[in-house]
Design a protein around this ligand. Structure first.
Ligand code: PLP
Length: 375
């Protein structure tokens, strides 16, 4: 099978599996006081430190372990936002894990403002500058978009926010950036940054929230007071160790170059094909490629190529079943017809160039067959 839906999830990395197996005997609760538990707690802290180092920060207390990036996003938003008339700003490109928090805040009467995207899928910085003229308490803008790979200039956006409103809190969902493009939370200037394990070969059900200033964040889950009182619940030690092992062995730059080569092949293959439009700008992350096939439904194409063991996506797993119209592509100004014909190809270092060549041939021939049938 040729799996090209790696932005939705990835195969478990072999090192992650062996790390989970190794930790089989270390089942002790890291919060207990006996020797074995202290051993587990030490391993847990070491693993957290490795993840912290990987994202450019040194201190353990800067990282809160959660059960997913969705939870990390919810914690960042609902743990920061106080009752206020000031603006709470989100981008139109956010994943449902953030976008639906924004909708919930709106329903609760908060002053929620959305920043539109430009035609490349990045946040429109001119409009953001206009929006930031009004008092702003909190901003959430994702680093890399999960549908198109569009990269927002988080360091620049942080400077815009902080120079206008020094006390505003800035969160970025870094799920599709983490482990794929270089990330340094200090240089990015973020207060909060969410990451997920299962997009880079670590298990599903593990996420983290980087927190610059822990005293500004309130818990949204109450209980035994783990994770500095911010996220109660016994830590998932095995999965944290597995995530640390994965990041410790990642070569972000080498992988980026490798995946860029795969991405470029697909771009070139489709560049002269009539009716095929690449939606992702050339400045996007090479890991995600949005393509539209004129005159067909993306979902139908996904099912057709699946019969040939090629797995591609229709976009966000959370939104794909609901509607043929992709919210992100719509925000970029892509026509309804091309939106309906969109698919998402997302790569990993596990994919070979031969796989990509085969997949392109199958996708294109199935597109032509389908178009012929629809005539
Ligand atoms: N944010 C982005 C940008 C994502 O792509 C995803 C996963 O699709 C999430 C958040 C949610 O991550 P998780 O599955 O760990 O909750």
């Amino acid at each position: 099978m040729i799996f090209l839906d790696n932005a939705s999830t990835t195969k478990l990395n072999k090192m992650a599996i062996s790390e989970i197996e190794k930790s089989h005997d270390l089942f002790y609760n890291p919060s207990a006081v006996y020797g074995k538990s202290l051993e587990v707690k030490k391993l847990l802290d070491e693993a957290k430190n490795k993840i912290c180092n990987f994202i450019g920060t040194k201190f353990n207390s800067n990282l809160i372990i959660t059960a997913s990036a969705t939870e990390a996003d919810n914690l960042a938003i609902f743990g920061s936002v106080k009752k206020t008339d000031e603006q709470i700003v989100f981008s139109m490109g956010e994943h449902p894990a953030v976008f639906n928090c924004a909708n919930e805040l709106k329903a609760r009467g908060y002053n929620v403002v959305f920043v539109p995207l430009n035609s490349s899928g990045e946040v429109d910085l001119n409009i953001l500058a206009e929006i930031l003229k009004k008092p702003t308490a909190f901003v959430s803008i994702m680093h890399v978009n999960n549908e198109t790979g569009a990269i927002n200039d988080i360091a620049k956006i942080s400077k815009m926010i902080k120079s206008a409103w020094p006390n505003a809190i800035f969160h970025s969902d870094g799920v599709q950036a983490f482990g794929k493009i270089p990330v340094n939370v200090v240089n990015l200037g973020v207060d909060l940054y969410s990451i997920s394990g299962h997009k880079i070969g670590a298990p599903k059900g593990i996420g983290c929230l980087y927190v610059k200033n822990i005293s500004k964040l309130k818990p949204i889950i109450f209980g035994g007071g783990q994770e500095f009182g911010i996220r109660s619940g016994t830590e998932n030690t095995q999965f944290i160790l597995a995530l640390a092992k994965v990041v410790e062995n990642l070569d972000v730059v080498k992988n980026y170059d490798y995946v860029s080569n795969l991405n470029n092949y697909v771009r070139e293959f489709f560049s002269d094909k009539q009716g095929v439009v690449i939606n992702s700008s050339v400045n996007s992350s090479p890991y995600v490629l949005s393509i539209s096939f004129d005159g067909v439904r993306g979902e139908t194409l996904v099912h057709l190529v699946e019969q040939f063991d090629v797995i591609i996506g229709t976009g966000s797993a959370c939104s794909s079943k609901k509607t043929a119209n992709n919210r992100i592509l719509q925000a970029m100004g892509i026509s309804k017809k091309l939106n309906e014909g969109s698919v998402r190809i997302s790569f990993s270092v596990e994919n070979s160039l031969d796989e990509i060549k085969t997949a392109c041939d199958i996708i294109y021939s199935q597109y032509l067959n389908l178009k012929e049938r629809l005539k």
